[in-house]
Design a protein around this ligand. Sequence first.
Ligand SMILES: Nc1ncnc2c1ncn2[C@@H]1O[C@H](COP(=O)(O)OP(=O)(O)O)[C@@H](O)[C@H]1O
Ligand SMILES: [Mg+2]
Length: 348
Amino acid sequence: MPETMGMTRPIAILDEHPEWSTRLLAELDRRELPWQKVDHSNHAYDPRDREPQFSVIVNRTSPSSHTRGHPGVLFYAEPLLAHFEALGIPVINPVAAYRFEKSKALQAGLFEQLGVRYPRAIVVNHRGRIPAAAASLRFPIVVKPNVGGSGAGITRFDSPQDLETRLASLDLGPDGTALVQEYVEPRDGAIVRVEVLDGRYLYAIRIVRRTDQFNLCPADICRTPAPDAANALAACPVDTPSLEVARTEPPAEAVAAAIRLTRAASIDVGGVEYLVGKHDGRMYFYDVNATSNFVANAPEVLGFDPFVPFVDFIQSCVGPRNGPPHPPTLRTSRGTRDARREPASPRA
Ligand SMILES: Nc1ncnc2c1ncn2[C@@H]1O[C@H](COP(=O)(O)OP(=O)(O)O)[C@@H](O)[C@H]1O
Ligand SMILES: [Mg+2]
């Protein structure tokens, strides 16, 4: 296949959010790479179309799309991504990653299987199950919709009475499924988000929350629901007085866990969050994300622009170094792994 092949077809950015891909697109423009934004909140495809239209798909589907008046994205994204993958188009954060992205229950299963500590949680699909689930946990608890994103719908309860009083008004989210989870008081009110790109540690940020809200979107530009793009941008973590964001170097154990989690979840680029318990000083992982907007003023906070290595990676999925386009993530019987990225791979 000719080298130019990959670049005659545009890079597709699959994203329904009006603003979240702006900085990514700016970096693509800076390199004069052809791109096309695919807004799948209002979209159609024909399964008979077998001709790949794109050189690579950058899947940035967010599980919180339904909170922005885009109810059609959540379930539609799955067959659409499967369609692209079936055509042989490399998909960054493929449908396998998206499954984890949109299910906190699957994420909890992953923590359990990989032996990564997480706040104890019970998965329920009926509000009537919540009191019994909570009774097997230690209060305070949080109830989190299975479909998360930007803290959407997370509610804290301090006692069984508190739960009883507000149970009827709980919203379990778009799939009627939720995690009933122990609330772990974070040491110094801080959480850490570790970003991973292509199986490697990219950076980490420590976020101190000065309010009692859950709609903290540490590495995203948002606090939801943002009624318009201007507000979403204005509410970026670094510019939000209630949040304090700084680069941090997490312990090697945390970085290793983040890499293992993203790998097992087929996530090519994403962020893993954990907190350190105030009472026991232990790390608890609680969120695996496949959509990263990084921090708003990254060069200032991090000392570099993460969109540069991100676009390097995008190019590597279609560029001449890799020959013909192929899926970035090749799945093995053990789950996932990318042959191209295995250290043992002798690829020149
Ligand atoms: N079990 C928990 N104990 C204490 N704080 C939590 C817990 N789970 C979530 N949080 C807080 O709520 C925020 C949002 O939760 P998270 O699971 O990351 O949801 P989302 O996927 O919507 O971002 C976290 O960043 C953290 O500050
Ligand atoms: Mg989170």
